[in-house]
Design a protein around this ligand. Sequence first.
Ligand SMILES: [Zn+2]
Length: 201
Amino acid sequence: MAVNDSPLDLLWKEYGLVFRDFDDLSLARWLAQTLGQLEGKAWRLSHPLVRTYQLAAQAGQERHIWLKRLVTPPAAYVESPCCRAPLLPMLTRDVHEAGLICQHCSDTVAPFEDLPAALQADLKAWAAAYAPVHGVAHWDDRQRKSAGDYDRAYEAAAEEAEQLLGTAGRILAPKLLEFYPAVIWEDQDDCLEVRPEDVKV
Ligand SMILES: [Zn+2]
């Protein structure tokens, strides 16, 4: 893992060191209080509070903070089946294969089949529309050649991804919010170089 860390991963690790100085109780309280502040909204993954929560959650996982039951998280958050941390799901373009992702252990917190039936069709259609768009970033040489102007195809795919991510934030994440106390949605696509500021909701 460490061998593959990008400069950005290393920087985030450095940022996360702040939580090492928290004792277990302070960290548990910080997490619980922040869950309270996240409650009731759909959040961009890029939001600084969300990113900070992720860093704290990672530190918490390393120290098994939720298993120690030092604090009671806000009542709306049930226990995750994956790691028993409070259930805080993230919507990504891989939702059809991977379901919703746990913010604490990065595992699947809700498999697609277990998502509310009312949402499955919308999520499936969105993910199916996204997959070929994202796929443009991973075309092989033959596909790139057959496209003629690959740069133009890549640019067009990036613009489509911006729209699709905007749909996730504007329509899909709020729908998920009817079933979860808070929801995070991925508002970027590294492979297509779509940045959060490119995604409008
Ligand atoms: Zn988990």
